[in-house]
Design a protein around this ligand. Structure first.
Ligand code: 13P
Ligand code: SF4
Length: 355
């Protein structure tokens, strides 16, 4: 079989044939025709402007399978952003991801196709919150999930993603670590590393002196992953006892414990590719199920799909075309916040370089 690199196709009909081969079970034909024209024009403009398109695993299927030069989880896309030669980076993902690309590439133009495309985790914490925590727990290193804005990264010692959070925490070799802002990811990391976690209220650190704790968390949540419950898992297993259940580590510890595997979006894709379960259920953003099905037609995916991330959903082929045509929306990160945030992101990339 010849694998077509759709990211280079500029003829609408060729694009349509390539997308139809992958997505005819997922996307109506009439929509495929329209999207093929948009995608082909995006690829033409991309070449003309020496742009690269990075696409997160949560992009809708027609976009995911047509225009990105690289797809992946947050860590893979950060690494790609760190070593691109293109003049323009178009980030088909959410704002914190595009910001990370800009932090790593201050001289390049970084475009986010939608003005909003936020994230409930990134919105859950401010730089002032981090400064307060640092004052209350002096000398304790701060790890922030990349799902945060640049001002928060700038207050951090090192960043992490869902695929390297445990490695990053263990690399610090300190008695205590502040881990922000995802409550569930922090609890899952605590469980995996055998550490105890507290979620401090307004009291000073001395109020916790009697407690045995190593991680200090924050109560941010992903509005998508917090919705999955153990009851969902029980119901699905009752109907399909042979299902393999995969949960993103932004799900609650109880949901992760009741699942068969937990990992980043790319780790979940790789798990499906390398295993042979009769059927799979993904507890994550629902476009990813369609993307995996399209790439692995021999695998059966169950749907528990009331949850589409509203922020990822903002990114469309139409808006990506306008972004390239009009050079919008340009992501800026002011100094010295950018260089301070870059230290934290680069330190994370250095730790994960050999993964
Ligand atoms: P990944 O790093 O696993 O792709 O996760 C990003 C994200 O936003 C999950 O909700
Ligand atoms: Fe943020 Fe959750 Fe959407 Fe990921 S799925 S971008 S963590 S709101």
């Amino acid at each position: 079989m010849t694998v077509v690199n759709t990211a280079t196709l500029t003829a609408p009909d060729e694009m349509y044939q390539a997308l139809r081969a992958k997505l005819s079970d997922v996307v109506p034909d009439v929509e495929l025709r329209i999207k093929s024209e948009l995608a082909a024009e995006i690829n033409r403009l991309k070449r003309e402007k020496n742009a690269v398109i990075l696409g997160h695993n949560y992009m809708e299927p027609a976009l995911f399978h047509s225009i990105p030069d690289y797809t992946g989880d947050s860590l893979e896309l950060s690494r790609r952003a760190a070593r691109t030669e293109a003049d323009i980076i178009v980030f088909c993902g959410v704002r914190f991801m595009a910001e990370t690309a800009k932090i790593l590439n201050p001289s390049k133009t970084v475009l986010l196709p939608a003005r909003k495309a936020g994230c409930s985790l990134a919105a859950s914490i401010t730089a002032a919150d981090v400064r307060q925590l640092k004052e209350r727990f002096p000398g304790v290193p701060v790890v922030t999930y990349v799902n945060t804005y640049a001002e928060v990264k700038a207050e951090s010692d090192i960043c992490c993603t869902s695929s390297n959070a445990v490695a990053v925490v263990e690399s610090l070799k300190t008695d205590h670590v502040i881990f922000l802002p995802d409550e569930y990811l922090a609890q899952n990391v605590a469980h995996e590393t055998g550490k105890h976690i507290i979620f401090p209220t307004r009291q000073p650190a001395s109020a916790y002196a009697e407690l045995d704790y190593q991680l200090i968390g924050w109560r941010g949540r992903c509005e998508v992953h917090e919705k999955f419950t153990v009851e969902d898992i029980r119901n699905v297993r009752a109907q399909f006892p042979d299902v393999a259940i995969l949960a993103h580590p932004e799900c609650s510890p109880a949901v992760v414990a009741a699942s068969d595997f937990s990992g980043s979006t790319t780790a979940m894709i790789k798990y499906v590719e390398r295993t042979q379960a009769p059927r799979y259920l993904l507890l994550t953003e629902c476009s990813m199920g369609d993307n995996i099905t399209a790439a692995n037609p021999d695998k059966e995916m169950l749907r528990l799909c009331s949850v589409r991330c509203p922020h990822m959903n903002e990114i469309t082929l139409e808006d990506t075309l306008e972004a390239l045509r009009l050079n919008r929306y340009v992501i800026e990160v002011a100094e010295p916040i950018r260089s301070r945030a870059a230290r934290a992101v680069e330190r994370m990339i250095a730790i994960s370089a050999k993964d």
